[in-house]
Structure formats: C-alpha cells, structure tokens
Design a protein around this ligand. Structure first.
Ligand code: KG4
Ligand code: ZN
Length: 369
C-alpha cells in the first residue's frame, strides 16, 4: 500500500509517498526556516503564509517524482485531466499530521489533505506528529533500482524517546497503537533548551544545529586533557521517575554569560551545554530500560539528529544493554518530514471521515490534553 503523507505542523511543508510503511519513494521538504533567521525564532503568521505558498507545489512535486521513479509516463500531451488522474493513481490513501503544532500551519496541511481525500475519494488517516517521529525508525528503504537491502526493523516491546523542538517524551510501546507515556519534560523541551541556550551564545536560528556543530568541532579538536563536562546541572536525574526538566539550564547559562570573569570559550560552552542535555536524556532513558526491559530503543524528533546523543546511546547500549537494539533515524527523517507521517499511518491504519478530521494544536503523544 502506498500512502501520501502530508506534514505542515511548524515551518516545514512536506509531502511523501511511502510504500508499506518502510520504503520511501519520494519525500519532498520545503522550509520557511530562512525567513525566521532575522527574528531569531519562528513567526507563526509568517510560517502559515509560507505553508499556503508551498503546499500544492510540494505535493505536485512529490507525485511527479513518484511517477518518475515508478516509470509512469506523465507526458500525456492530449489531456491534463489524464495526467492528473495518473498522478493521483500513485497512492492508495492520504495521511496528515493533525497536531500538535502551530494552528495556522496545521490548518493548511489538514484542510489540503481533506480536499485531496474528497476529490480522490481515497481514505484519510489523521496522524499524531509526535507518534510519527518514532516511525522514522521504520523508514529502512530508499527507492532505487535495487531495493533488495535487508530490512532491520524495531521489535516490540520498545521504548521510544521523542525529542523535538516543543516536546520531550518517553513512551513504552507494546505494539503499534499501544503506547504508554512514562515520562517527559516538566518545562522546556530538549530542542527548546538547545535553541534558547544557542541564542544566549549568540548563535543563529535554528540554534540546536549550530550549537551542536560548534560543540562537535570543539570536541574533535581537543588536544590537551579534556575539561570536566560538569559546568551545567543535570536536573532530576536522581529522582525516582522518568521526568526531565531543562528550564534551569537556560538560567545557568545566562548566569555564566553574565559573569564577566568567566574564561570559558564559546565552543567550550556549547560542548558543556550539549553534554548536559544529552547526558540527562541518556541517563533517564537508561533508567527506563532497567524498568521496562524493551527489545528495542528508538529515538525520534529533531534532537535525535544530534551526533553526540547517538554516540552516547550507542556506547552505553553496546556496553551495558547488548540485548537491546538501538535505532536512530537518518538525520533527514529526524527533523520534520512527511515520510514519517505516511509510515505511521500504515502501521496505525485508522481512516476517518474527512468531515470529522480537524487540526489539534494541543495534541499530546497519547492524545487529547
Ligand atoms: O522535530 P523537529 O524537526 O520539529 C519539532 O517538531 O519541533 O525538531 C526541531 C528541533 C529544534 O529545536 C532544533 O534545534 C533541534 O530539533 N535540532 C537539533 C539538531 N537538529 C535539530 N538539536 C540538537 N542537535 C541537532 N543536530
Ligand atoms: Zn517534529
């Protein structure tokens, strides 16, 4: 089954065609990120306007690319209607991210997806953006002429850490559609911590990527004895739960920056911040592994693109939990994209009437708030 996924929750506009939840045939992503650099953060109104501008060209490009890859001839000179029919025959169902996200951005994707469902009379599946991030770990195949690559897919029960710009959640999955929330941030999300501290360091938007790049360069160039990475707090790690808190980090970094006598370079500060965030995430996740004993550990969301986070998880899992399979997405599927929406819909196939599907900006990983 081929599903057309649509994702417009924030500043990315994306459409993808994924076959049987694992094979990405096309994944087109446009972003309005560049338009938010000057303001140092997303302007929701601007993001929504860009969604409107991008959505149809992105879907069209995705369907055209799919037809091309499947060797379907689109050049029907006699009839545009015929070409349109060929384009829409390249998928069996539509999946759309209905939340959480920015309301203006969400509405664009949701209403467009409903229109596509209405016009094509195909089933439509509403998808939770946060759950979809976990499905990046099922996107194991790319469409090439040789698709015989051996698949290694996550097994259940699984523990999943979703780390995005607005959310940080730890969930236990007994199966597809059987998700239990076991912990998460009480204040700022991990991505937010990266972004806000990056801004304090004077780095451009989106801060997470710039901060981690600076930190990695610093770590790679360490010649002398490395410093102790204990400059900033790891809150709540000794509490007997799976909750996290990152708002204190921002304050600690601000205090350090205001201290005129500090002699720590910006790259070292970046490394100290990255280490504080990453260690806290890994520490709490390993604690959850001890309790829930999953077969697989999955990470997803923008912060799962972080090199150091993956390195630390890989090291800890291979030394202390060799029976657990660790999965981290390819970076292009960590950040917002529609392929994960389509994959999630395949494994959680629950079509709804288009009339009842609505954007829900406040959706949580386990449903309504
Ligand atoms: O999942 P995502 O693309 O969008 C949301 O759903 O929020 O996540 C975006 C977040 C941003 O906070 C961004 O700074 C962070 O992911 N991010 C990173 C990295 N790449 C993206 N944080 C740390 N290291 C990275 N390499
Ligand atoms: Zn996201």
């Amino acid at each position: 089954m081929k599903i057309l996924g649509i994702e417009t929750t924030c500043d990315e506009t994306s459409a993808a065609i994924v076959e049987n939840g694992t094979l990405v045939i096309s994944n087109i992503v446009a972003t309005s990120s560049d338009f938010h650099v000057q303001s140092g953060g997303i302007i929701p109104e601007q993001a929504a306007r860009k969604q409107i501008e991008y959505i149809i060209p992105v879907i069209k490009k995705c369907l055209e690319e799919t037809c091309k890859k499947l060797n379907v001839n689109l050049n029907n000179k006699k009839s545009k209607v015929k070409s349109f029919e060929i384009l829409i025959s390249s998928f069996d169902a539509i999946a759309v991210a209905v939340g959480p996200g920015l309301v203006g951005s969400l509405l664009v994707g949701v209403e467009t997806a409903k229109t596509v469902a209405f016009v094509t009379k195909k089933p439509i599946i509403p998808i939770n953006h946060l759950v979809a991030h976990i499905y990046a770990n099922w996107l194991a195949l790319e469409y090439t002429s040789d698709i015989s690559t051996k698949l290694k897919l996550p097994e259940f029960p699984a523990l999943a850490l979703v780390v995005s710009g607005g959310h940080t959640d730890l969930v236990y999955m007994r199966n597809h559609g059987d998700i239990k929330w076991i912990g998460g941030t009480r204040d700022d999300a991990a991505g937010e911590a990266f972004d806000k501290t990056a801004r304090l360091l004077g780095l451009p938007y989106p801060g997470g990527i710039h901060l981690s790049k600076l930190a990695d360069e610093y770590l790679a160039n360490l010649k002398n004895k490395p410093p102790k990475f204990d400059l900033f707090p790891r809150p709540m790690i000794n509490e007997n739960n799976f909750d996290l808190s990152f708002s204190g980090l921002k304050t600690a970094v601000l205090r350090k920056m205001q201290d005129k006598n500090h002699k720590i370079s910006t790259p070292e500060l970046a490394a100290q911040i990255q280490e504080a965030i990453v260690e806290t995430l890994v520490y709490k996740t390993l604690k959850a592994i001890d309790k829930y004993k999953p077969k697989s550990l999955l990470i997803g969301g923008g912060v799962s693109a972080n090199r150091r986070l993956k390195e630390l998880f890989t090291n800890k899992i291979s030394t202390s939990y060799p029976h657990v399979d660790f999965f981290a997405p390819h970076p292009k599927y960590s950040t917002d994209n529609a392929a994960v929406i389509a994959s999630c819909a395949y494994f959680n196939y629950k079509p709804a009437d288009w009339e009842v599907i609505a954007a829900n900006p406040n959706l949580t990983i386990i449903g309504e708030r």
